[in-house]
Design a protein around this ligand. Structure first.
Ligand code: ASP
Length: 342
């Protein structure tokens, strides 16, 4: 076996890759050549690097399922040739892309580490340098010829999170991500401290890439005062097959009959209703309060402590698979990639 780790850096866009154009002063995207200029320390790594660039580069607000599929295909094509993958991605929707990839890459046995930054890599105080270097080292880490982190993760601000457990919660701080329901996989200090018992174990099966996603879903975020009209329009979105109910606290919702009747109609029309809490920590407990017992009777499915980002992408993945409604409901209540605590 080659002892020198090989890492594929996949550049999708985002703030991290921006450098100031020497003449115009505008922020322009990085190339592989000037990556070495801004990060000369890359030469000190005894690794083989290769670089894949998305065209066009994207602000991550423009990410969508077709780009997730493109990303999954790049990893699939290069899977055997590299030991690990580092994905440079805008932080705004990174948690969605990382969650999507976790579901699309079944039997993943190699690290896929997402990173980005709050300040462009071409700026003096950039957080991109640390984030990038840490990600490369984590993607290359092996013990007994086995990758230490064989899963989709996000590396940011000296912490490594399970990708499908994270949300972006701060638009300014270097610590932009939170994983409220699952502890960090690793912390970067003088050494990188891996918490092995929290990291998924490789299963050594062949990678299977799922490339069909069904985007016929919607989110109904509850707030006190939400109108019947607003609820009606979301539940009656043309073609919708599943609706995430973003509920209060431990999965609670109003008990007004106009609200429950609409949910009942939606469920009777075959729409899957998935209960996800608006809280960044804690879990949905259907039936704990009267305000969720009614939902349970209607057939709303509890999402435990799943994030909205994971719920969105898991639904797209399950609806896109060739599964019966019963199977989809079963998998929604099963942790497939460590995305929830059941
Ligand atoms: N708007 C940028 C993006 O998500 C912000 C970032 O990269 O952090 O692409």
């Amino acid at each position: 076996m080659n002892t020198q780790p090989s890492i594929l850096i996949i550049y999708t866009g985002g703030t991290i890759g921006m450098v100031q154009h020497p003449k115009t002063g505008y922020l322009t995207p990085l190339t592989f050549e000037n990556l070495y200029r801004y990060l000369p320390v890359m030469q000190n790594f005894n690794y083989d690097f290769d670089f894949y660039t998305f065209k066009p580069l994207l602000d991550s607000s423009n990410m969508n399922p077709s780009f997730w599929i493109e990303l999954a295909e790049v990893i699939e094509k290069k899977y055997e040739s590299f030991d690990g993958f580092v994905v440079l991605h805008g932080s705004d929707t990174m948690a969605y892309t990382a969650s999507a990839l976790s579901f699309m890459l079944e039997n993943l046995n190699k690290p896929v580490i997402f990173t980005g930054s709050q300040l462009p890599i071409g700026m003096i105080r950039t957080d991109g340098r640390e984030n990038f270097i840490n990600s490369v080292e984590i993607a290359a880490a092996r013990e007994d010829e086995t990758p230490v982190v064989p899963e989709v993760a996000i590396c940011f601000d000296n912490k490594l999170f399970r990708g499908n457990r994270t949300s972006k919660f701060n638009a300014e701080n270097f610590g932009a991500f939170v994983s409220g329901n699952y502890p960090v996989l690793a912390e970067v200090g003088v050494r990188i401290r891996y918490y092995h018992d929290r990291i998924l174990k490789p299963n050594f099966k062949k990678l299977k890439v799922h490339k069909t996603l069904d985007d016929n879903i919607a989110i109904l975020k509850l707030f006190p005062g939400i109108t019947e009209r607003a609820v009606h329009s979301i539940l009656n979105t043309r073609g919708v097959r599943a609706v995430i109910l973003e509920t209060f606290g431990a999965g609670n919702a109003p008990t007004a009959s106009w609200f429950l009747d609409q949910l009942r109609d939606a469920a009777d029309n075959g729409i899957i209703l998935f209960n996800v809490t608006q809280c960044k920590g804690g879990t949905v407990e259907m039936g704990k309060y009267e305000t969720s017992a009614e939902l349970e009777k209607i057939g709303v499915i509890g999402g435990y402590d799943i994030t909205t980002e994971s719920a969105v992408t898991k639904l797209m993945f399950l609806l896109g698979s060739d599964l019966s409604k019963e199977e989809i409901i079963k998998y929604l209540q099963t942790s497939l990639r460590g995305e929830m605590t059941v």
